[in-house]
Design a protein around this ligand. Structure first.
Ligand code: HEM
Length: 182
């Protein structure tokens, strides 16, 4: 197996980033919807801060992935794929990258504007361009966008999984297999 992509398949770096980020995003969606119901205040504060730090990690991993994707060839679509389907696939992947980068950014802006800066021990992840904290209108707008993007991510990831299964079960091509580990 190669580190880099080839015109035939994804390399181990792309596969690792794909499965690591997708696993973290799914865990973040589940935690995001349940964390506000945690009764114990100390545990709730710890889980929310962990949510923020994991979200910032996803942002970092997505930026690494974006650079790696731009530096690597993209495996060719199966022979006979129409120009329209190539565009739909490209558009879908572009949109997935955009929303999974935007999601942690709006969460971060919302948290800083609300005066709850994410922290890891003594390291704080502040955004100095956000003034007059607590900035309630900005925090509310950011968390509304965070909630809407969560639903958009669920819909887009579901379509992405259905497309992969369509290739594997119906078209019986190697689109899913070439992203699988090993
Ligand atoms: C890909 C990364 C992320 C995902 C998938 C995600 C997902 C979610 C979800 C599903 C919710 C619940 C939304 C709702 O109740 O409608 C949520 C809430 C929240 N998220 Fe995130 N999140 C991410 C990154 C972040 C980051 C980076 C921060 C801050 C640095 C953050 C801060 C918050 C906060 C404070 C809430 C609670 C908002 C409230 O009480 O209304 N999130 N997140």
């Amino acid at each position: 197996m190669t580190f880099r992509n080839t015109p035939q398949t994804f390399g181990s770096v792309s596969k690792l980033l794909h499965w690591l980020i997708s696993t973290l995003v799914i865990l973040m969606l589940i935690a995001g919807y349940f964390m506000s119901d945690i009764g114990n205040d100390t545990l709730k504060a710890t889980v929310i801060n962990l949510h923020k730090l994991t979200g910032l990690t996803i942002l970092g991993l997505m930026l690494v992935r974006l650079v790696w994707t731009l530096l690597n060839p993209k495996p060719l679509p199966p022979p006979g794929t129409s120009a329209f389907m190539k565009f739909v696939e490209w558009g879908g992947h572009f949109f997935l990258y955009a929303i999974i980068i935007a999601m942690p950014i709006v969460g971060w802006v919302g948290s800083v504007a609300a005066g709850h800066v994410p922290h890891a021990g003594s390291i704080v992840f502040n955004l100095s361009f956000i003034s007059s904290v607590p900035n309630k209108p900005l925090a509310e707008l950011a968390f509304q966008m965070h909630s809407i993007l969560a639903i958009v991510i669920i819909v887009m990831v579901s379509l992405h999984v259905l497309a992969a299964l369509y290739h594997h079960v119906i078209k019986k091509d190697n689109v899913l297999r070439r992203m699988m580990p090993g």
